[in-house]
Design a protein around this ligand. Structure first.
Ligand code: KG4
Ligand code: ZN
Length: 342
Protein backbone atom coordinates (compact mmCIF):
# COMPACT_ATOMS: atom_id res chain seq x y z
CA UNK A 1 0.00 0.00 0.00
CA UNK A 2 1.33 3.47 -0.82
CA UNK A 3 1.72 6.64 1.21
CA UNK A 4 0.78 10.19 0.34
CA UNK A 5 3.65 12.71 0.65
CA UNK A 6 3.15 16.47 0.87
CA UNK A 7 5.82 19.12 0.31
CA UNK A 8 5.36 22.87 0.82
CA UNK A 9 8.68 24.06 2.27
CA UNK A 10 9.23 26.98 -0.09
CA UNK A 11 7.46 27.94 -3.31
CA UNK A 12 6.44 24.61 -4.85
CA UNK A 13 3.18 22.98 -3.79
CA UNK A 14 3.78 19.27 -4.29
CA UNK A 15 2.19 15.92 -3.54
CA UNK A 16 3.15 12.37 -4.49
CA UNK A 17 2.03 8.81 -3.97
CA UNK A 18 4.85 6.34 -3.32
CA UNK A 19 4.69 2.62 -2.55
CA UNK A 20 6.70 0.89 0.14
CA UNK A 21 8.93 -0.54 -2.57
CA UNK A 22 9.67 3.13 -3.35
CA UNK A 23 7.84 3.14 -6.68
CA UNK A 24 6.61 6.66 -7.42
CA UNK A 25 3.02 6.23 -8.65
CA UNK A 26 2.47 9.96 -9.13
CA UNK A 27 4.29 13.21 -8.44
CA UNK A 28 2.59 16.57 -8.93
CA UNK A 29 4.44 19.88 -8.56
CA UNK A 30 2.67 23.24 -8.85
CA UNK A 31 5.36 25.84 -9.23
CA UNK A 32 4.84 29.42 -8.08
CA UNK A 33 7.68 30.75 -10.24
CA UNK A 34 5.47 33.16 -12.15
CA UNK A 35 4.02 34.62 -8.96
CA UNK A 36 7.45 35.48 -7.58
CA UNK A 37 9.14 36.49 -10.84
CA UNK A 38 8.39 40.20 -10.58
CA UNK A 39 10.09 40.27 -7.17
CA UNK A 40 13.13 38.27 -8.37
CA UNK A 41 12.79 35.96 -5.38
CA UNK A 42 10.31 34.17 -3.16
CA UNK A 43 7.98 36.45 -1.21
CA UNK A 44 6.99 34.39 1.86
CA UNK A 45 3.51 35.85 2.24
CA UNK A 46 2.71 35.33 -1.44
CA UNK A 47 4.06 31.76 -1.18
CA UNK A 48 1.85 30.84 1.81
CA UNK A 49 -1.29 32.19 0.16
CA UNK A 50 -0.56 30.32 -3.06
CA UNK A 51 0.00 27.08 -1.12
CA UNK A 52 -3.42 27.53 0.53
CA UNK A 53 -5.07 27.87 -2.89
CA UNK A 54 -3.25 24.95 -4.47
CA UNK A 55 -2.75 22.33 -1.80
CA UNK A 56 -6.10 20.56 -2.14
CA UNK A 57 -6.15 20.37 -5.96
CA UNK A 58 -2.51 19.23 -5.99
CA UNK A 59 -3.20 16.42 -3.49
CA UNK A 60 -6.35 15.40 -5.39
CA UNK A 61 -4.42 15.28 -8.65
CA UNK A 62 -1.60 13.22 -7.14
CA UNK A 63 -4.09 10.65 -5.83
CA UNK A 64 -6.02 10.59 -9.09
CA UNK A 65 -2.91 10.16 -11.23
CA UNK A 66 -1.57 7.40 -8.97
CA UNK A 67 -4.52 5.19 -9.87
CA UNK A 68 -5.00 4.08 -6.26
CA UNK A 69 -8.09 4.78 -4.22
CA UNK A 70 -7.92 7.13 -1.24
CA UNK A 71 -8.68 4.25 1.11
CA UNK A 72 -5.57 2.46 -0.08
CA UNK A 73 -3.29 5.19 1.28
CA UNK A 74 -1.46 3.84 4.30
CA UNK A 75 0.14 6.96 5.78
CA UNK A 76 0.49 10.70 5.29
CA UNK A 77 4.02 12.08 5.08
CA UNK A 78 4.91 15.76 5.20
CA UNK A 79 8.07 17.88 5.08
CA UNK A 80 8.26 19.68 8.43
CA UNK A 81 11.70 21.36 8.25
CA UNK A 82 13.51 23.49 7.21
CA UNK A 83 11.65 26.07 5.15
CA UNK A 84 9.48 29.16 5.24
CA UNK A 85 7.26 28.98 8.29
CA UNK A 86 4.05 30.08 6.55
CA UNK A 87 4.63 27.63 3.69
CA UNK A 88 5.44 24.71 5.99
CA UNK A 89 2.29 25.38 8.03
CA UNK A 90 0.04 24.88 5.01
CA UNK A 91 1.53 21.46 4.25
CA UNK A 92 1.48 20.24 7.81
CA UNK A 93 -2.10 21.43 8.38
CA UNK A 94 -3.27 19.58 5.27
CA UNK A 95 -1.36 16.45 6.32
CA UNK A 96 -2.84 16.49 9.82
CA UNK A 97 -6.34 16.96 8.46
CA UNK A 98 -6.05 14.00 6.12
CA UNK A 99 -4.38 11.84 8.78
CA UNK A 100 -7.23 12.54 11.24
CA UNK A 101 -10.03 12.18 8.70
CA UNK A 102 -8.67 8.92 7.30
CA UNK A 103 -7.28 7.58 10.58
CA UNK A 104 -3.83 7.11 9.12
CA UNK A 105 -0.41 7.67 10.70
CA UNK A 106 1.23 11.07 10.26
CA UNK A 107 4.96 11.01 9.48
CA UNK A 108 7.08 14.17 9.32
CA UNK A 109 10.33 14.28 7.41
CA UNK A 110 13.32 16.55 6.90
CA UNK A 111 13.50 18.34 3.54
CA UNK A 112 17.32 18.23 3.31
CA UNK A 113 17.46 14.50 4.03
CA UNK A 114 14.67 14.08 1.48
CA UNK A 115 16.69 15.90 -1.22
CA UNK A 116 19.41 13.26 -0.78
CA UNK A 117 16.83 10.48 -0.64
CA UNK A 118 16.03 11.39 -4.25
CA UNK A 119 19.32 9.56 -4.97
CA UNK A 120 17.86 6.39 -3.44
CA UNK A 121 14.78 6.78 -5.67
CA UNK A 122 16.86 7.46 -8.77
CA UNK A 123 19.46 4.71 -8.30
CA UNK A 124 18.42 2.19 -5.61
CA UNK A 125 21.06 -0.29 -6.74
CA UNK A 126 23.94 2.20 -6.51
CA UNK A 127 23.01 4.21 -3.43
CA UNK A 128 24.83 3.13 -0.27
CA UNK A 129 26.02 4.52 3.05
CA UNK A 130 28.15 6.12 4.39
CA UNK A 131 28.52 8.77 1.72
CA UNK A 132 29.15 12.46 1.28
CA UNK A 133 25.90 14.36 0.66
CA UNK A 134 25.81 17.64 -1.23
CA UNK A 135 22.60 19.67 -1.06
CA UNK A 136 22.66 22.82 -3.20
CA UNK A 137 19.39 24.69 -3.46
CA UNK A 138 17.74 28.08 -3.16
CA UNK A 139 17.71 27.89 0.63
CA UNK A 140 20.63 25.63 1.50
CA UNK A 141 24.15 24.72 0.58
CA UNK A 142 25.27 21.89 2.81
CA UNK A 143 27.92 19.20 2.86
CA UNK A 144 26.90 16.22 4.94
CA UNK A 145 28.31 12.95 6.17
CA UNK A 146 25.41 10.61 5.59
CA UNK A 147 25.50 7.31 7.47
CA UNK A 148 21.91 6.28 6.70
CA UNK A 149 18.93 7.91 4.99
CA UNK A 150 17.91 9.43 8.33
CA UNK A 151 21.33 10.10 9.88
CA UNK A 152 23.10 13.13 8.47
CA UNK A 153 25.92 15.04 10.09
CA UNK A 154 26.58 18.52 8.75
CA UNK A 155 30.24 18.95 7.79
CA UNK A 156 30.00 22.47 6.42
CA UNK A 157 28.06 24.74 4.15
CA UNK A 158 27.44 28.32 3.29
CA UNK A 159 28.01 30.94 5.94
CA UNK A 160 25.89 33.52 4.12
CA UNK A 161 23.82 33.20 0.91
CA UNK A 162 22.75 29.79 -0.39
CA UNK A 163 24.18 29.03 -3.83
CA UNK A 164 20.73 29.09 -5.47
CA UNK A 165 19.99 32.40 -3.80
CA UNK A 166 23.24 33.73 -5.32
CA UNK A 167 22.11 32.53 -8.77
CA UNK A 168 18.74 34.21 -8.25
CA UNK A 169 20.28 37.52 -7.15
CA UNK A 170 22.89 37.42 -9.92
CA UNK A 171 20.15 36.84 -12.45
CA UNK A 172 18.30 39.89 -11.19
CA UNK A 173 21.51 41.99 -11.41
CA UNK A 174 21.97 40.83 -14.99
CA UNK A 175 18.40 41.79 -15.88
CA UNK A 176 17.43 38.12 -16.33
CA UNK A 177 14.41 36.26 -15.00
CA UNK A 178 13.45 34.24 -11.94
CA UNK A 179 14.37 31.54 -11.03
CA UNK A 180 17.89 32.68 -11.71
CA UNK A 181 19.64 29.34 -12.11
CA UNK A 182 18.11 28.26 -15.41
CA UNK A 183 18.24 31.88 -16.72
CA UNK A 184 21.96 32.21 -15.96
CA UNK A 185 22.68 28.77 -17.37
CA UNK A 186 21.02 29.75 -20.63
CA UNK A 187 22.69 33.18 -20.81
CA UNK A 188 26.10 31.59 -20.10
CA UNK A 189 25.88 29.16 -22.98
CA UNK A 190 28.14 31.01 -25.41
CA UNK A 191 30.00 32.96 -22.76
CA UNK A 192 33.70 32.96 -21.87
CA UNK A 193 33.92 31.82 -18.24
CA UNK A 194 37.51 33.12 -17.98
CA UNK A 195 36.79 36.71 -18.94
CA UNK A 196 35.99 37.82 -15.38
CA UNK A 197 37.81 36.32 -12.41
CA UNK A 198 35.17 36.45 -9.69
CA UNK A 199 36.10 35.51 -6.09
CA UNK A 200 35.88 31.97 -4.74
CA UNK A 201 36.02 32.70 -1.00
CA UNK A 202 37.40 30.04 1.37
CA UNK A 203 38.12 27.73 -1.57
CA UNK A 204 41.79 27.39 -0.71
CA UNK A 205 41.26 27.15 3.04
CA UNK A 206 41.72 23.46 3.82
CA UNK A 207 40.69 23.97 7.45
CA UNK A 208 37.03 24.46 6.74
CA UNK A 209 34.23 22.93 4.71
CA UNK A 210 32.30 26.17 4.90
CA UNK A 211 31.76 28.34 1.84
CA UNK A 212 30.54 31.82 1.06
CA UNK A 213 28.61 33.23 -1.88
CA UNK A 214 27.76 36.80 -0.88
CA UNK A 215 31.12 38.21 -2.04
CA UNK A 216 30.65 36.61 -5.43
CA UNK A 217 27.30 38.33 -5.79
CA UNK A 218 28.79 41.68 -4.72
CA UNK A 219 31.69 41.30 -7.17
CA UNK A 220 29.22 40.75 -9.97
CA UNK A 221 27.21 43.74 -8.84
CA UNK A 222 30.26 46.02 -9.05
CA UNK A 223 31.21 44.61 -12.43
CA UNK A 224 27.71 45.29 -13.77
CA UNK A 225 27.33 48.67 -12.11
CA UNK A 226 30.60 50.12 -10.77
CA UNK A 227 30.43 52.41 -7.72
CA UNK A 228 29.29 55.83 -8.86
CA UNK A 229 27.51 54.55 -11.96
CA UNK A 230 24.00 55.86 -12.53
CA UNK A 231 21.27 53.84 -10.84
CA UNK A 232 19.47 53.50 -14.16
CA UNK A 233 22.50 51.95 -15.92
CA UNK A 234 20.91 49.42 -18.31
CA UNK A 235 21.71 45.73 -17.71
CA UNK A 236 24.42 44.15 -19.90
CA UNK A 237 23.51 42.53 -23.20
CA UNK A 238 25.10 40.40 -25.94
CA UNK A 239 28.56 38.95 -25.43
CA UNK A 240 29.17 40.93 -22.25
CA UNK A 241 26.06 39.40 -20.67
CA UNK A 242 27.09 35.90 -21.76
CA UNK A 243 30.63 36.34 -20.37
CA UNK A 244 29.37 37.73 -17.05
CA UNK A 245 26.88 34.87 -16.67
CA UNK A 246 29.49 32.24 -17.60
CA UNK A 247 32.13 33.71 -15.27
CA UNK A 248 29.64 33.89 -12.40
CA UNK A 249 28.44 30.32 -12.98
CA UNK A 250 32.03 29.02 -13.11
CA UNK A 251 32.95 30.76 -9.85
CA UNK A 252 29.85 29.38 -8.07
CA UNK A 253 30.57 25.84 -9.29
CA UNK A 254 34.28 26.09 -8.39
CA UNK A 255 33.37 27.26 -4.88
CA UNK A 256 31.23 24.19 -4.21
CA UNK A 257 33.57 21.76 -5.94
CA UNK A 258 36.54 22.81 -3.79
CA UNK A 259 34.64 21.76 -0.67
CA UNK A 260 33.16 18.60 -2.20
CA UNK A 261 36.72 17.43 -2.92
CA UNK A 262 37.83 18.31 0.61
CA UNK A 263 34.83 16.54 2.18
CA UNK A 264 35.61 13.37 0.23
CA UNK A 265 39.26 13.53 1.32
CA UNK A 266 38.37 14.13 4.96
CA UNK A 267 35.68 11.47 5.27
CA UNK A 268 37.29 8.85 3.03
CA UNK A 269 33.86 8.16 1.49
CA UNK A 270 33.82 6.69 -2.01
CA UNK A 271 30.30 7.77 -2.92
CA UNK A 272 28.92 11.27 -3.41
CA UNK A 273 25.15 11.79 -3.42
CA UNK A 274 23.73 15.13 -4.54
CA UNK A 275 20.41 16.92 -4.49
CA UNK A 276 18.68 20.30 -4.54
CA UNK A 277 17.62 22.62 -7.34
CA UNK A 278 21.11 23.87 -8.23
CA UNK A 279 22.23 20.32 -8.99
CA UNK A 280 20.02 20.62 -12.08
CA UNK A 281 22.78 22.91 -13.41
CA UNK A 282 24.57 21.38 -16.38
CA UNK A 283 28.03 22.79 -15.58
CA UNK A 284 27.81 21.51 -11.99
CA UNK A 285 26.59 18.10 -13.18
CA UNK A 286 29.38 17.82 -15.75
CA UNK A 287 32.02 18.98 -13.28
CA UNK A 288 30.84 16.50 -10.63
CA UNK A 289 30.75 13.70 -13.20
CA UNK A 290 34.30 14.44 -14.42
CA UNK A 291 35.58 14.68 -10.84
CA UNK A 292 33.96 11.36 -9.85
CA UNK A 293 35.49 9.64 -12.86
CA UNK A 294 38.89 11.10 -12.12
CA UNK A 295 38.81 10.29 -8.41
CA UNK A 296 37.19 6.86 -9.03
CA UNK A 297 34.17 7.69 -6.94
CA UNK A 298 30.59 6.63 -7.33
CA UNK A 299 28.37 9.63 -8.03
CA UNK A 300 24.60 9.53 -7.66
CA UNK A 301 23.02 12.40 -9.53
CA UNK A 302 19.21 12.30 -9.69
CA UNK A 303 17.40 13.40 -12.87
CA UNK A 304 16.61 17.11 -12.90
CA UNK A 305 12.95 16.71 -11.90
CA UNK A 306 14.06 14.94 -8.71
CA UNK A 307 16.66 17.66 -7.95
CA UNK A 308 14.24 20.58 -7.69
CA UNK A 309 11.57 20.50 -4.98
CA UNK A 310 9.08 17.65 -5.30
CA UNK A 311 7.11 15.36 -3.01
CA UNK A 312 8.33 12.04 -4.45
CA UNK A 313 11.40 12.42 -2.26
CA UNK A 314 8.95 12.25 0.67
CA UNK A 315 9.41 8.49 0.12
CA UNK A 316 11.98 8.95 2.88
CA UNK A 317 9.03 8.70 5.29
CA UNK A 318 8.99 4.95 4.57
CA UNK A 319 12.38 4.75 6.31
CA UNK A 320 10.77 6.10 9.48
CA UNK A 321 7.68 3.91 9.15
CA UNK A 322 9.89 0.82 8.73
CA UNK A 323 11.58 1.74 12.01
CA UNK A 324 8.17 1.80 13.67
CA UNK A 325 8.16 5.58 13.95
CA UNK A 326 5.31 8.01 13.42
CA UNK A 327 4.33 11.42 14.78
CA UNK A 328 1.48 12.62 16.94
CA UNK A 329 -0.83 15.46 16.01
CA UNK A 330 1.41 17.69 18.14
CA UNK A 331 3.95 17.59 15.31
CA UNK A 332 5.17 21.11 14.62
CA UNK A 333 7.04 22.79 11.81
CA UNK A 334 10.68 23.78 12.39
CA UNK A 335 11.55 26.63 9.99
CA UNK A 336 15.29 26.71 10.68
CA UNK A 337 17.91 24.01 10.50
CA UNK A 338 18.21 21.85 13.59
CA UNK A 339 21.95 22.26 14.02
CA UNK A 340 24.08 25.30 13.30
CA UNK A 341 23.68 27.67 10.39
CA UNK A 342 22.61 26.70 6.94
O1 KG4 B 1 15.63 22.73 -4.38
P1 KG4 B 1 14.90 23.90 -4.92
O2 KG4 B 1 13.85 23.63 -5.98
O3 KG4 B 1 14.19 24.70 -3.78
C1 KG4 B 1 14.80 24.94 -2.54
O4 KG4 B 1 14.75 24.01 -1.66
O5 KG4 B 1 15.38 26.03 -2.40
O6 KG4 B 1 16.00 24.92 -5.49
C2 KG4 B 1 15.64 26.13 -6.12
C3 KG4 B 1 16.92 26.85 -6.55
C4 KG4 B 1 16.70 28.24 -7.11
O7 KG4 B 1 17.56 29.14 -6.46
C5 KG4 B 1 17.05 28.09 -8.58
O8 KG4 B 1 17.59 29.27 -9.16
C6 KG4 B 1 18.07 26.97 -8.54
O9 KG4 B 1 17.59 26.08 -7.56
N1 KG4 B 1 18.20 26.28 -9.83
C7 KG4 B 1 19.32 26.28 -10.57
C8 KG4 B 1 19.01 25.59 -11.76
N2 KG4 B 1 17.70 25.16 -11.69
C9 KG4 B 1 17.22 25.60 -10.49
N3 KG4 B 1 20.54 26.82 -10.33
C10 KG4 B 1 21.47 26.68 -11.29
N4 KG4 B 1 21.24 26.06 -12.48
C11 KG4 B 1 20.02 25.49 -12.75
N5 KG4 B 1 19.81 24.88 -13.91
ZN1 ZN C 1 14.60 22.07 -1.67
Amino acid sequence: MPLLAIETTCDETAAAVVTQSRAVLSSVVASQEQLHARWHGVVPEVASRAHVERIVPVIDEAIERSGVSRDALEAVAVAVRPGLVGSLLVGISAAKMIAVAMERPLVGYDHIAAHLYACRLAAPERMRYPCVGVVASGGHTSLLHVTSPLELERLGGTIDDAIGEAFDKASSLLGLGYPGGPAIELAAKDGDSRRFRFPRPLSRDRNTLDMSFSGLKTALRYQVRPPGAAADTPPPTGQLLADLAASFQQAAVDTVMAKVRLAVEQTGCDLVAVGGGVTANTLLRETLTAYAKDARLELVLPPRELCTDNAAMGAIAWERIERGEQDSLDLEVVPGLIRGSR
